[in-house]
Design a protein around this ligand. Structure first.
Ligand code: DX5
Ligand code: ZN
Length: 214
C-alpha cells in the first residue's frame, strides 16, 4: 500500500488549517523545515508544528533541512511531530545517532534523508535504527522543481538494503513527484510519496491523492 505525504510547502500559509483539512484523505502531513543554512531557503519551524498539531489527525512527517538537527529534535517531538527525518549530510554520524536516539526517547519515529549527490551507502550505518529512509528526488530547498529520474537507482539500492536489514522501514521519495513520475518511484520500491505542487495544484485534491497511490 503506497502512502501519500502532501507537502504543506505548497499550501497557502495564510490558510493553513483549511489547506491541511483539504488533504485529510492522505496518510501523512509533510512539513518542510528549512534554516537558510543547510539549504538556501527559510520556511517554518517549531511554533507552526505546534499550531497545526490539533487541526489534523494525520501523523506529522517533519523533514528537517537544518544543520545539526539534534539541537532541535526534542522540541519538534514535543510540538507534535510523529516522524522526524534528518539529513545524513547535516552532522557527524555520532551526533546523528544521538539525534535518532532522542527522537526514539520521545516516543516518536526517526528517519534519515539523502540529497541527490549522496550515495545509498550513506544510509547503511543507520538502516537498522530508523523507521524511514527518505531519498530526495530534487535538491532540497524549494517546491515545484523537476523530478530527478536518475535517483531511481538509489531508491532501488535502498529498497534492497531495507528488505535485507529492516523490512518494516518505510522508503519515502520527495521532490517533483506527480502524475508523470509517481509510477517510477513505486516501481523502484518507494512506499511513501511526498508531493507538494502535484497535490495542492490539483483541481480535485482527493482524486489526485488517489491517483498517486497507484
Ligand atoms: C524540497 C522539499 C519538498 C518539496 C516538494 O526541499 O523537501 O518536500 O516541498 O515539493 P514538490 O512536490 O512540489 O516538488
Ligand atoms: Zn520535504
Amino acid at each position: 500500500m503506497v502512502k501519500i505525504s502532501p507537502s504543506i510547502l505548497s499550501a497557502d500559509f495564510a490558510n493553513l488549517e483549511r489547506d491541511i483539512q483539504r488533504i485529510s484523505t492522505a496518510d501523512y502531513v509533510h512539513v518542510d523545515v528549512m534554516d537558510g543554512m543547510f539549504v538556501p531557503n527559510i520556511t517554518i519551524g517549531i511554533p507552526v508544528v505546534k499550531a497545526i498539531r490539533p487541526v489534523t489527525a494525520l501523523p506529522l512527517d517533519v523533514h528537517l533541512m537544518i544543520v545539526q538537527p539534534g539541537r532541535y529534535v526534542r522540541q519538534f517531538c514535543e510540538a507534535g511531530a510523529d516522524l522526524v527525518t534528518m539529513h545524513v549530510e547535516a552532522d557527524t554520524e555520532e551526533n546523528l545517532r544521538a539525534a535518532i536516539d532522542a527522537v526514539h526517547s520521545a516516543g516518536k519515529r526517526a528517519g534519515v534523508v539523502v540529497k541527490p549527490g549522496t550515495s545509498a551507502e550513506a544510509v547503511r550505518p543507520y538502516i537498522r535504527d530508523v523507521e524511514l529512509v527518505l531519498v530526495m528526488t530534487v535538491e532540497p530547498g524549494f517546491g515545484g522543481q523537476s523530478f530527478m529520474a536518475d535517483q531511481m537507482g538509489k531508491v532501488r539500492a535502498v529498497r534492497e538494503m531495507i528488505d535485507a536489514f529492516n523490512p518494516a522501514c518505510e522508503l519515502e521519495v520527495d521532490g517533483g513527484v506527480g502524475p508523470d513520475t509517481f509510477r517510477a518511484c513505486i516501481d523502484a520500491g518507494a512506499n511513501v510519496l511526498v508531493a507538494g505542487s502535484a497535490v495542492y495544484g490539483a483541481e480535485d485534491i482527493p482524486a489526485r491523492i488517489r491517483l498517486l497511490r497507484g
